[in-house]
Design a protein around this ligand. Structure first.
Ligand SMILES: [Zn+2]
Ligand SMILES: [Zn+2]
Length: 300
């Protein structure tokens, strides 16, 4: 069991949901996992949650008693695979808790109207407003820097996706992690503004839903390939790459083969596995906990 709280100088990432579009289930999906997008990020002890796909349910349970009074959930965007788990997040069942959501792809509008539509009869039995916890929904424009009461700051960047999406950059001490999902690469690649945004990151989590061979059939769907992730990482000096938003039809055997191919061109690239933890400490000595088959993030 990985220790739940990183020490104050660590930046910690834990994947709770790694699929895109919809869940995958069955024995052929056990290694990489089946839940949709949800990532826990700890800047020291400070908790951030990126996306509330079905993976957020297990995160809520794992937090146990170790839950801050205010929880910040950053949405890449509001497609179902990124918000569908929100009503199953256990800490929202506790009174005296504030759950704040952040949404950057609606021209400054918050997620409130959309989430109220989704979580209301007849689509869902109760509204978020009826939960014991209080919800607060913050809207911003992708590209803004988010600043929090405790001084935390998170960079954001607009991504090419139907309806838009927001990428995030977390910095803690001298370490940084970027979350770049969902995104479709442009004709001219790597995109310069995106490369500047992820420049020199220790880890980039990237939408590699399809392979280059599959992409021509999926053009315009708003997703990218692991090959384009490697191109971007190399051009921007990103040190390690985690391929994320996995296609639910790709089973473990397919993804293992894809990962081997990717590692041949970028040894520090790997495919994100559900419940995998990555700890980036100030010394540059990384540990990948809980999932022994996972790639090590290199010391810098
Ligand atoms: Zn998605
Ligand atoms: Zn999407």
């Amino acid at each position: 069991m990985v220790s739940r709280v990183a020490s104050s100088d660590e930046l910690q990432v834990r994947f709770w949901g790694i699929r895109g579009s919809t869940c995958a289930s069955g024995p052929q999906f056990m290694e990489f996992g089946g839940h949709t997008a949800c990532v826990e990020i700890r800047c020291g002890k400070r908790l951030f949650i990126v996306d509330a796909g079905t993976g957020i349910s297990a995160l809520g349970s794992a937090l146990g008693e170790d839950v801050p009074d205010t929880i910040d959930i950053l949405f890449s965007h509001l497609h179902l695979d990124h918000v569908g788990g929100l009503a199953f997040f256990k800490p929202a069942l506790t009174k005296e808790r504030l759950v704040r959501t952040y949404c950057g792809n609606l021209d400054g509008e918050s997620a409130m109207v959309s989430l109220d539509k989704l979580f209301s009869p007849p689509l869902f039995p109760v509204r978020l407003g009826q939960f014991p916890a209080r919800f607060e929904h913050v809207g911003f424009k992708a590209g803004d820097t988010l600043t929090f009461d405790d001084g935390a700051r998170i960079g954001t960047h607009s991504l090419n996706h139907p309806g838009g999406a927001t990428g995030y950059r977390f910095q803690h001490g001298n370490r940084s992690v970027c979350y770049i999902s969902d995104v479709e690469h442009s004709e001219a690649w790597p995109d310069k503004a995106l490369a500047d945004f992820v420049h020199d990151a220790d880890l980039m989590i990237y939408d590699g839903m399809f392979s280059e061979a599959e992409y021509p059939r999926c053009r315009g769907w708003g997703h990218s390939t692991w090959e384009k992730g490697v191109d971007l990482a190399k051009a921007a000096g990103v040190k390690a790459l985690a391929i994320f938003h996995l296609y639910p039809g790709h089973d473990d055997a397919f993804i293992r083969a894809m990962e081997a191919e990717m590692k041949a061109v970028m040894p520090t690239a790997f495919v994100a596995r559900e419940r995998q933890s990555i700890i980036l400490d100030a010394s540059g000595q990384e540990a990948v906990a809980d999932w022994p088959k996972a790639a090590k993030v290199p010391a810098v």
